[in-house]
Write a protein that binds this ligand. Sequence first.
Ligand code: CTP
Ligand code: CA
Length: 226
Amino acid sequence: LRRGTAAPDLAGRRVVVSAGGTREAIDPVRFLGNHSSGKQGYALARTAAARGADVTLVAANVSLPDPAGARVVRVGSAAELAEAMEAERRGADAVVMSAAVADFRPVRSVASKIKKSGAAPGPIELVENPDVLAGLVASRASEAPGQTIVGFAAETDDVVANGRAKLERKGCDLLVVNQVGGGRAFGTEDNQAVVLGADGSVTDIPTGPKDDLADRVWDLVVERLP
Ligand code: CTP
Ligand code: CA
């Protein structure tokens, strides 16, 4: 299956992909963030568009050129990402949550820059963010019946066992599990994964370009579309 010559098996379908990493403000110039480059999510958006889908890409703090054929919605924080995903998922056939969402945010984001002069700052108190993926699953029956929902996870140790537990906890249809640690780094050009299905399926995707992994994920989504 060569890109560009692929069957347009997502023609007439609408898909929403989240990408990048959220940032949680501490003050006007500082944030809690993560190392997600957004490359895998952009590859998912690019390949879906190449297969004929109407693509919305919700991008959190990504510095990459817009993928051809996708509409890009930019967000910063987890709360903004949640709001954008809830709006964009309506009428979509599939949603893929490849963004790295901050699990916690500072309880308070102060309006003035924290200065080093004066008293030493206190600890940054954190509160848990809503789980966007679990929320999309919970509201699927009323908001988007039949929608295919895909999550991502990075795991160490027993990747399949950890992934299976996470899939069940989240309630999504597919979970794309990357093995991390052992020299694997963020921002690389290649990726590998095992994709776990709620139906018990296990699909190994060997190390290769992120566009190839994206195409394999869309193959699994296409199989599940009504
Ligand atoms: N996710 C989300 N909202 C959050 C946290 C995670 O939508 N607040 C999504 C991610 O986009 C990803 C999936 O959930 O698709 C799994 O994220 P992960 O961080 O692996 O799972 P957590 O449930 O946060 O578990 P933990 O970080 O403790 O392993
Ligand atoms: Ca997490």
